[in-house]
Design a protein around this ligand. Structure first.
Ligand code: NAD
Length: 323
């Protein structure tokens, strides 16, 4: 493999776990030219080698990205490390059931990878992502701004997809978020949802023509769509990977960008909304240093109850696991 010449800027990303999610992230990074170098690490070395070879053979038609399988020492000088290793959720299985197994995997990986990539920004994707973000932060000792969980970025993408379809408008005009746990206690702060700064209800009314009345948005149906999408996809095809891969690649783009972006990603709370000792998704400002800060946007009393409930659910799990 040709190495990129010295003095040339590189965007190096290491991905731990070359399963469905890890390899789809690697492919998406490569074809979009987001990374100049992608390293795949997996305990199943043949799988990592096979995926790297397959993706590398796509690069003549896309960006000139070096993609190869490696070991922890190959993660040296990575700008970003993405953790997707673990056991995927089986049909009908809750995310929480998987917790201790995936916590143990994270605990074994953390010292190895941080030894070789101490300055990288880490993106946790494996589930339960909020718990693993919290655990990785604890065991790695890295500053909280450099440990990011993909959190509800995927749920937010699902919400925007649904709203864009309903209102027949570009997803770019939809400003709406899913906060809290990436899981059953996630919630949509509807008070913050808008279409180009116009509340959803005002927008709907403004669309009313003589014979074309868009019915009132069924918020419960939308919440159900967002919460059950993952399970439905797993039930139908065994795993979810395109949505999460695109979401994680978007986080990487934002980390490589010179301007900051607001994303709903998971991070360990340091007093935001009065929360501590738990990682979950709020609106975060993401830029080249990782999480620049978390925004405590105004929530209604009802939304605050939901945020606190999400934190309590996650804290309850943290109490039950051995870190
Ligand atoms: P997968 O089984 O296809 O891949 C997991 C890979 O991890 C396997 O190749 C396995 O060999 C590897 N692995 C296991 N232990 C390892 C270790 N100690 N070191 C290195 N590699 C190791 O699963 P998948 O479908 O790719 O899902 C991966 C994870 O991502 C799961 O935890 C899944 O629940 C999660 N996920 C998260 C989101 C999200 O929104 N956060 C979305 C989809 C999937």
């Amino acid at each position: 493999i040709l190495k990129i010449g010295e003095g040339i800027m590189t965007n190096k990303i290491t991905i731990i776990g070359a399963g469905s999610v890890g390899s789809t992230i690697a492919y998406t990074l490569a074809v979009n030219g987001i990374a100049s170098e992608v390293v795949l690490i997996d305990v199943n070395t043949q799988k990592a080698l096979g995926e790297a070879m397959d993706i590398r053979q796509a690069t003549p038609f896309a960006a000139q990205t070096q993609v190869y399988a490696g070991s922890y020492s190959d993660a040296k000088d990575s700008n970003i490390v993405i953790v997707t290793s673990g056991i995927a959720r089986k049909p009908g299985q809750s995310r929480i059931d998987l917790t201790q197994t995936n916590v143990n995997i994270i605990k074994s990986i953390a010292p190895e990878i941080v030894r070789y990539a101490p300055d990288a920004i880490y993106i946790l994707v494996s589930n339960p992502v909020d718990i693993l973000t919290y655990v990785f932060g604890k065991v790695s000792g890295l500053p909280t701004n450099r440990v990011i969980g993909s959190g509800t970025i995927l749920d937010t993408a699902r919400l925007r997809t649904r709203l864009a379809e309903y209102f027949s408008i570009s997803q770019k005009n939809i400003h709406a978020y899913v906060l809290g746990e990436h899981g059953d206690s996630s919630f949509i702060p509807w008070s913050m949802a808008s279409i180009s700064s116009i509340s959803l209800e005002d927008y709907r009314k403004s669309l009313v023509g003589d014979d074309d009345v868009l019915p009132e948005l069924d918020v419960e149906e939308v919440e159900k769509y967002v919460r059950t999408s993952g399970g439905k996809i797993i039930g139908r095809k065994g795993a979810t990977y395109y949505g999460i891969a695109a979401s994680v690649c978007h986080i990487c783009r934002c980390l490589f960008s010179s301007t900051d972006t607001i994303l709903t990603v998971s991070s360990t709370m340091t007093g935001e909304y009065g929360l501590n000792g738990v990682a979950l998704s709020v609106m975060s400002v993401v830029g080249s240093e990782g999480i620049k800060g978390n925004i405590c946007a105004k929530l209604t009393d009802e939304e605050m109850v939901k945020l606190n409930h999400s934190a309590d659910v996650l804290k309850d799990v943290i109490r039950q696991i051995s870190i």
